[in-house]
Write a protein that binds this ligand. Structure first.
Ligand SMILES: *[C@@H]1O[C@H](CO)[C@@H](O)[C@H](O)[C@H]1NC(C)=O
Ligand SMILES: *[C@@H]1O[C@H](CO)[C@@H](O)[C@H](O)[C@H]1NC(C)=O
Ligand SMILES: [Fe+2]
Length: 448
């Protein structure tokens, strides 16, 4: 169960953007939206750009980069000291056309095996700049940064700079990356914009609606740019689609499931079959933490995107509930909201914590209209329409700390901070099968 440390429900949301003369000077008043940042490439066509990395398996990393020059090899050289590349690996590449736009050569190279919690230095394409990253740990603790609906504005730049100010192991992104919206050069600009951060830590993403980029009849196929540029390790989790996959972190102590709000999820869908099989493989005695990310929230009291996640919730919520998923992170709504443990629209100590974190800083601005009368409003523990980022520090097999940091211009402010206990160790949420021993039966009724 989550225990709150801070003040009770803070309904700062209403009128947050309205700068009234009566506004208390100590109150945070969200400034207006900020312009888009365009990040150019001023080096040679052969110079690798848009470098980002993602974790593959327990000890591998996939390096992605783009070159305008199609003759540059898909090659990554790496080692544990700057300038000394003791290892190298080759990979593959792809490219795509989008109406009149032709992408550069998009390289994808897997490297490893790598040591955990270790800094590696690397360069791409046999030339170019040196980058470095730190591998995730092989055991708990582990710290995730969670940001959704990122975009590439000056707000995003401020959020990412704040994220980078304290260390973390891996970034999780529940969809809506560049807000390219069919304008393909924005994907390239975004790749360069995030490179200083996405080349240093594994970025694990799932898709949002802004990644679909398809029109009826004229096409092109949905997720063409997203799949080419942000390929995730879906095959490793037996998924047949880049739109949903899962992976283990910290030696299997945390299992993260990336679901696809924009992939089929009905009873006979591939995603559902895959999800059932994936959850069935999880042994909660070895994997105390189950974390899910998806784009369109299942619980949301904001008038923005109200009800959009409902169909998927009805289709898959029971599966996650039965598996005792600990936390579900969503994006899409450009605000922050955290619910009590919830299942089927009611408070439930065995349901996941639901968090909406769609406030990375995109160009569409904030969603500031929270509905006080919404049927789940009494279960919404914290909501605020501000940009910011979240951190999930999984301390051990029973405890994790979730915090949300508002992006208050040049500094970040801790606004929400709760301890989360893993459901895997809760006797009341995991009644033994068959006739229970008297003590367990007592605990079951006591705690409910
Ligand atoms: C991110 O933080 C690291 C470590 O403090 C620093 O070396 C690096 O320059 C920072 N990156 C950016 C883009 O500020
Ligand atoms: C796990 O971490 C929590 C919070 O720091 C602590 O209270 C608890 O004792 C730890 N449990 C174990 C088994 O170390
Ligand atoms: Fe969205």
């Amino acid at each position: 169960m989550a225990t709150k440390r801070q003040t009770p429900v803070l309904v700062l949301a209403f009128g947050l953007l309205i700068c009234t003369a009566a506004a208390d000077a100590s109150k945070f008043v969200r400034p207006p939206s900020r312009p888009l940042v365009t990040t150019l490439h001023s080096k040679a066509d052969s110079h690798p750009q848009q470098v980002h990395i993602s974790a593959v398996g327990m000890d591998g990393m996939a390096i992605s980069y783009v070159t305008e020059d199609k003759t540059v090899p898909s090659l990554v050289e790496y080692g544990r000291a700057p300038g000394k590349y003791s290892h190298s690996a080759t990979g593959e590449s792809t490219s795509y056309k989008f109406f009149f736009y032709s992408s550069g050569k998009i390289h994808y190279v897997r490297i490893g095996p790598l040591e955990p919690t270790t800094v590696y230095y690397y360069r791409c394409g046999g030339a170019g700049d040196e980058f470095s990253f730190k591998t995730p740990p092989a055991a708990l603790p582990v710290e995730f940064v969670v940001i959704g609906d990122l975009g590439q504005t000056e707000w995003t730049a401020a959020t990412l700079a704040q994220v980078n100010r304290s260390d973390y192991d891996m970034l999780l992104l529940p969809g809506d990356l560049p807000y390219a919206d069919m304008h393909q050069p924005r994907w390239d600009s975004f790749g360069r914009f995030v490179e200083p951060y996405a080349s240093r830590r594994a970025w694990m993403v799932t898709e949002g609606n802004h990644e679909i980029e398809s029109l009826p009849v004229v096409g092109p196929r949905p997720f063409l740019a997203y799949d080419a540029r942000w390929r995730m390790p879906y095959g490793e989790s037996s998924s047949s689609s880049n739109l949903y996959y899962s992976f283990d972190v910290a030696g299997g102590s945390v299992h993260v499931l990336m679901l696809g709000s924009y992939a089929e999820f009905g009873p006979s869908s591939d995603q559902r079959r895959w999800l059932e099989a994936d959850l069935a493989k999880v042994d909660r005695s070895r994997t105390p933490w189950l974390v899910v990310l998806l784009h369109a929230p299942w619980y949301n009291t904001n008038s923005a995107h109200q009800g959009e996640g409902e169909e998927m919730r009805k289709a898959l919520e029971e599966l996650l509930y039965r598996a005792r998923v600990d936390i579900v992170f969503a994006g899409h709504v450009h605000a922050y909201e955290r619910f009590k443990r919830i299942y089927d629209n009611a408070a439930d100590p065995c349901g996941p914590l639901h968090v909406t974190i769609g406030d990375g800083g995109n160009r569409e601005g904030l969603a500031d209209n929270f509905q006080r009368q919404h049927k789940t409003a009494p279960l919404s523990e914290f909501r605020e329409a501000s940009f910011g980022h979240g951190r999930l520090r999984v301390v051990n097999g029973t405890h994790a700390r979730w915090s949300w940091h508002r992006n208050d211009d040049s500094f970040s402010v801790l606004r929400d901070d709760v301890w989360v206990e893993s459901l895997s160790r809760s006797s009341s949420c995991n009644p033994p099968r068959g006739p229970s021993p008297p003590s367990a039966a007592a605990a079951w009724s006591d705690e409910l």
